[in-house]
Design a protein around this ligand. Structure first.
Ligand code: ZN
Length: 419
């Protein structure tokens, strides 16, 4: 140990991350399910399970107690008796997607676990978590929702793979997890939860920042909107006699485009993900038209207000006729604020390693930290994504930015645990 009287206090305290080890781990994970320059690791696929067992092995080497629970969450419990932080992210990916989405937060958490185990800070520790199915192959943040008690057995029974329809129960049985117990987070065990992630947008890069400190995670409200008219011949049905469901849905959406900007917040976003016309033929007036519509914002009052605006638009369209439009909420996640005390520790760590190159920002993407914030103080940090590209195999971040992020992450973990 160096003579502390001759070393500036901040350098003496700052943890030194093993950059090579961090990059080696990320490149190891990149090989599992490799697809072009990215990866393809859908939840509970063979490659996904390989990464879960890889993480288990790495944590066992540190003397951790490791479990893969009944929905495939990987949970590594630190053997330390002292204060603990819950750290992690996810291992599965979107189909044919990027190598860093999720894996980055796992490897940073693992590095924090190794640093605390190897240094003389063994009185505090991190538990490492790979939250299952953050990418929603079977449902909505199934791993973290199960961990906080939001997920019933009935919901598990109903969950199906969105690509091929395989029941979740069947997929869990296939990988030997049919009878594994599900874990609930013991909230008394933790001072909080901390997740690192790539930004998946271009704000950091455009403003030449290196670290994003997340203030809140947006909520996402999703709807199916259905117009019902009368299916008929496109050549013989007079325009004044038609009940064209497709046209009604388009008129309604035109109203959304006009009215939402007047009621939305400055960072609200809204999207039609899918439009389907039935029967969907060139010479048939559609009898039914459906759209999947969503909007996101960090403020729950804005979300509530936009929902009422949407309902009024639909009421007006129904009043005008000739088609009937109905709306059904298909899912909602509410926004979550991140913990201010933890944010300040992350900010101090960022200022030490990336002075003046960090910024507070909301997250427009959903993350497990939003779910965990329901029961624990939670925090997130971002590193830049090149060109803002994510959910695509071209997703990337420079080794330098990954290394700096690891340094800030482990420093922040240490500060949160030993303020
Ligand atoms: Zn992710």
């Amino acid at each position: 140990m160096p003579d502390s009287s001759s070393v500036p206090e901040v350098l003496f305290l700052m943890p030194q991350v093993n950059v090579k080890r961090v990059l080696d781990d990320l490149y190891t994970l990149r090989e599992i399910g490799k697809y072009k320059t990215g990866v393809h690791r859908p939840t509970l696929s063979d490659d996904d399970m390989k990464t879960r067992y890889w993480l288990r092995e790495e944590l066992l080497k540190l003397g951790y107690d490791v479990h893969i629970d009944g929905v495939a969450n990987v949970i590594g419990y630190s053997p330390t008796p002292g204060k603990k932080l819950l750290c992690g992210s996810h291992l599965e990916t979107q189909n044919h997607a990027g190598w860093l989405d999720g894996a980055l937060g796992i490897v940073y958490a693992l590095e924090a676990a190794r640093y605390l185990t190897e240094s003389n800070k063994a009185d505090v520790g991190v538990d490492v978590m790979a939250f299952a199915d953050e990418e929603g192959h079977f449902g909505e943040l199934i791993g973290s929702n199960s961990l906080v008690g939001n997920l019933t057995d009935e919901m598990l029974d109903k969950a199906r793979n969105r690509t091929d329809g395989t029941p979740l129960r069947e997929a869990l049985a296939r990988v030997g997890l049919a009878t594994a117990p599900r874990t609930l987070i013991d909230r008394e065990r933790y001072v909080g939860m901390f997740e690192a992630h790539i930004e998946q947008g271009s704000s950091l890069e455009v403003d030449e920042n290196l670290i994003g400190i997340v203030t809140s995670i947006v909520g996402n409200w999703r709807f199916q909107i259905t117009a019902t008219g009368v299916q008929n011949h496109a050549g013989t049905t007079r325009m004044d006699m038609r009940k064209d469901a497709g046209a009604a849905l388009m008129r309604m959406y035109n109203q959304i485009e006009q009215q939402f900007p007047l009621h939305a917040g400055s960072k609200t976003v809204w999207t039609i993900g899918k439009i389907t016309l039935y029967p969907g033929a060139p010479s048939i007036v559609p009898g039914t038209a459906e759209m999947l519509f969503q909007f996101r914002d960090a403020d729950e009052n804005t979300l509530k207000h936009l929902k009422s605006v949407l309902e009024k638009i639909i009421q007006a369209e129904n009043h005008n006729g000739p088609c009937e439009i109905s709306i059904e909420m298909r899912g909602r996640s509410n926004p979550a604020s991140m913990d201010e005390k933890m944010l300040r520790e992350i900010e101090a760590a960022a200022e030490t390693s990336a002075s003046g190159k960090h910024v507070r920002m909301p997250s427009g993407a959903g993350h497990d930290a939003r779910t965990i914030a329901q029961i624990l103080p939670a925090a997130m940090m971002f590193i830049p994504s090149i060109g803002g590209i994510s959910h695509h195999y071209a997703e990337n971040t420079s080794d330098e930015d990954i290394a700096l992020g690891a340094q800030v992450y482990v420093d922040a973990v240490t500060r949160i645990l030993t303020p």
